[in-house]
Design a binder for this molecule. Structure first.
Ligand SMILES: Cc1cc2ncn([C@H]3O[C@H](COP(=O)(O)O)[C@@H](O)[C@H]3O)c2cc1C
Ligand SMILES: O=C(O)c1cccnc1
Length: 350
């Protein structure tokens, strides 16, 4: 692919459908419960029904995909852990030992790990999809994290990975030491959030380390001034990560296929921000599973007008928050599908 290569984003249909929404609302409101009593689960059931264009919901073969990559900005001392942890954790995931493996087994998700750009050779493994764009991004304090071509290639790879998956539900997660930094920068650039509000402790920085990270990110942002009009691909190339770009591509493709997308924490949220900036209709297909403890996630969710399902002070990523919310998604589908109505159960309405 070169700069002239045509690059096509998938067409995404907004889910809005007034007639179906009214039928779903009616069905939800006539279940045997006080009006609105299932709270956020009711909004979720409505969202799922609109995604599937049905008054009952079928959730099939849920898939978990973890995108892994390294980040040149790790050299600036913005993470509490060394870069080598990325490849080591990919090994752990392929051996079945990471938190995401435990939850994927628990909830019946098939799990794949995508090498989006880990800075090491990875031996072949049946659950590993080799889609390496590079051996980590460049240090974005010194120049763009990646070329525009690499950004396009990563978005495309994410789309293709998604296209090949079965089922109609996909959860997306990531692994990449230092990736809370590009995520914070994307939030700052795409949503106008101040660096001090976008930057968190990630894997566990102490106070002086956090101040250092903010300093690094402030300098990095200044190095990549904003263009008018906003050039989203340029922002992604300047400030992004290979796994973030691939996740954004996967979200766009999943939405174009009307799949339900379970969005994990802050970094997956940054990918959602990119995907939304590219094709706003993607938003309709995204289920925001939790609000992580990472500073900035609140603003990120507010920007996307998202009310997360859970708030557990998680700060792990990998997709863990998405799978923890899965039983709620199932419950939303099940109450819509199975719960009696006032009429069918002979219960008096007020
Ligand atoms: C052992 C270990 C397992 C992880 N699993 C996810 N992350 C998470 O932490 C990293 C982001 O935080 P920061 O920007 O501070 O590096 C990412 O790899 C993310 O997936 C982990 C981090 C570590 C250390
Ligand atoms: O919310 C997240 O995705 C997150 C937060 C801290 C570290 N890793 C991931």
């Amino acid at each position: 692919m070169n700069e002239q290569t045509p690059f096509r984003l998938p067409a995404i249909e907004a889910t809005s459908n007034a007639a179906l929404a009214a039928r779903l609302r009616h069905k939800i409101d006539h279940k045997t419960k006080p009006l609105g009593a299932l709270g956020a689960l009711e909004d979720l059931a409505l969202q799922l029904g609109l995604i599937q264009r049905q008054e009952s919901i079928t959730l099939r073969e849920p898939q978990m995909v973890v995108f892994a990559a390294d980040h040149g900005i790790a050299a600036e001392g913005v993470s509490a852990y060394p870069q080598a942890v990325t490849v080591q954790m990919v090994g752990n995931m392929l051996a079945g030992g990471a938190a995401i493996n435990v939850f994927a087994r628990q909830h019946g998700f098939a799990l794949r790990v995508v090498d989006a750009g880990v800075a090491a050779e990875l031996p072949a493994h049946p659950q590993l999809l080799p889609r390496k764009i590079g051996y980590g991004t460049k240090n974005l304090c010194q120049g763009p994290a990646m070329s525009r071509d690499q950004a396009k290639a990563a978005l495309s790879a994410g789309m293709h990975v998604l296209q090949a998956l079965p089922g109609n539900v996909v959860a997306l997660g990531e692994m990449g030491i230092a990736n809370t930094s590009p995520a914070a920068l994307l939030l700052a650039r795409l949503a106008g959030t101040r660096i001090e509000d976008a930057t968190g402790r990630g894997t566990g920085l102490d106070d002086p380390q956090l101040l250092h990270k903010q300093d690094v990110l402030r300098r990095a942002l200044a190095r990549h001034p904003m263009s008018q009009p906003l050039d989203v691909l340029g922002v992604l190339a300047a400030l992004g990560g290979f796994e973030i770009a691939m996740m954004a591509g996967a979200m766009l493709q999943a939405a174009s296929e009307r799949r339900v997308v379970l969005v994990d924490g802050f970094i997956a949220g940054a990918a959602a921000l990119v995907a939304h900036a590219l094709v706003p209709a993607v938003r309709d297909y995204l289920v925001f599973c939790h609000r992580s403890a990472e500073t900035g996630h609140r603003q990120l969710l507010a920007r996307l007008e998202a009310k997360p399902l859970l708030e557990l002070d998680l700060r792990l990523g990998e997709g863990t928050g998405a799978l923890l919310a899965w039983p709620l998604v199932q419950s939303a589908a099940n109450f819509l599908n199975e719960m009696a109505s006032f009429e069918s159960a002979g219960v008096s309405q007020k």
